[in-house]
Design a protein around this ligand. Structure first.
Ligand code: ZN
Length: 182
């Protein structure tokens, strides 16, 4: 597996045994620094989550790097755990408000599914001019530029995209199954 060195940012091939070992130590062959592999370094990068509280969604109050995994998103709290804790300042945003499930589909594309986590105030998806309140059973595959509204906070998931030509090659003209918002 290729790991980005935390010192010289070079790409270093690290054997699987090292990654699976408890100490996870390796020496970068470029800058010769001994270092321990962090969990994030072995996870696949998926994109980022931008969090907004301004009307025109220009200045995110925070951004979080996303990897291929599952995240519980909510207002930061000591009692209830969030994978992505969001800054205080929105009392309508639950401590565990919604779940993002980021995976790689059979075509190798990274996608993100959202569902509400039994939140008190609900989760809304805005796609263009359409809006949809998530029902308890809804699992929606997010599309580019979709906005998530929870409390008075707006979220946008920006996923890493493949080049169009790679997508066509991967996809071979098949239609993707996307959830249609009606
Ligand atoms: Zn290095």
């Amino acid at each position: 597996m290729k790991i980005e060195c935390i010192h010289c940012k070079g790409l270093v091939t690290v054997p699987e045994e090292v990654i699976r070992s408890s100490k996870k130590l390796f020496i970068c062959h470029l800058c010769h620094t001994k270092q321990q592999i962090k969990t994030e370094q072995t996870m696949k990068k998926a994109g980022k989550l931008c969090v907004y509280r301004d009307k025109d969604l220009k200045n995110p109050i925070e951004t979080h790097e996303l990897f291929v995994r599952r995240y519980v998103v909510g207002r930061t709290s000591q009692e209830k755990k969030q994978d992505i804790p969001i800054l205080e300042g929105d009392d309508h945003l639950g401590r565990q408000h919604f779940i993002l499930d980021i995976s790689q589909n059979v075509k190798g594309l990274i996608e993100c599914t959202i569902r509400d986590y039994n939140s008190k105030n609900g989760t809304k998806i805005v796609r263009g001019k359409q809006e949809r309140e998530l029902r308890p059973t809804d699992k929606i595959v997010l599309e580019k530029n979709d906005k998530i509204i929870a409390g008075v906070t707006t979220f946008e998931v920006q996923l890493i995209e493949l080049e169009q030509k790679d997508w066509q090659k991967d996809n071979r003209g098949e239609c993707t199954d996307r959830t249609v918002i009606t």
